[in-house]
Design a protein around this ligand. Sequence first.
Ligand SMILES: [Zn+2]
Ligand SMILES: [Zn+2]
Length: 109
Amino acid sequence: MQRNAADGIIISCDFCGTDWDGQAAMVEGHHGSVICLECVKKGLNSVVMGEDKYDCTLCLRHNISAALPRWANSLRPQAVVCQECLHQAAKALSKAPHAQWKWQGKPTD
Ligand SMILES: [Zn+2]
Ligand SMILES: [Zn+2]
């Protein structure tokens, strides 16, 4: 997410609220939504099945089936990410040299 500050626009992770320092590995979703590497790592390990349909903060899809696992950080539970976005973000970060991280989850796709 973004907010305006005196010295410009500040970008921060929608899921933990950490401000971007201009260096950290982050992945942008739609409409300025952002997820940081730490949240991607946490999310990949702790997706859950919910009971109701939900909206994803990153891809902005609405009424996503409860069958698709989701994740939210307890720091900002109003932001929910679908597993597809987590996987996409994980792939993108695995290719980003400065992330210095490789996703071990689904090497085949
Ligand atoms: Zn984060
Ligand atoms: Zn999504």
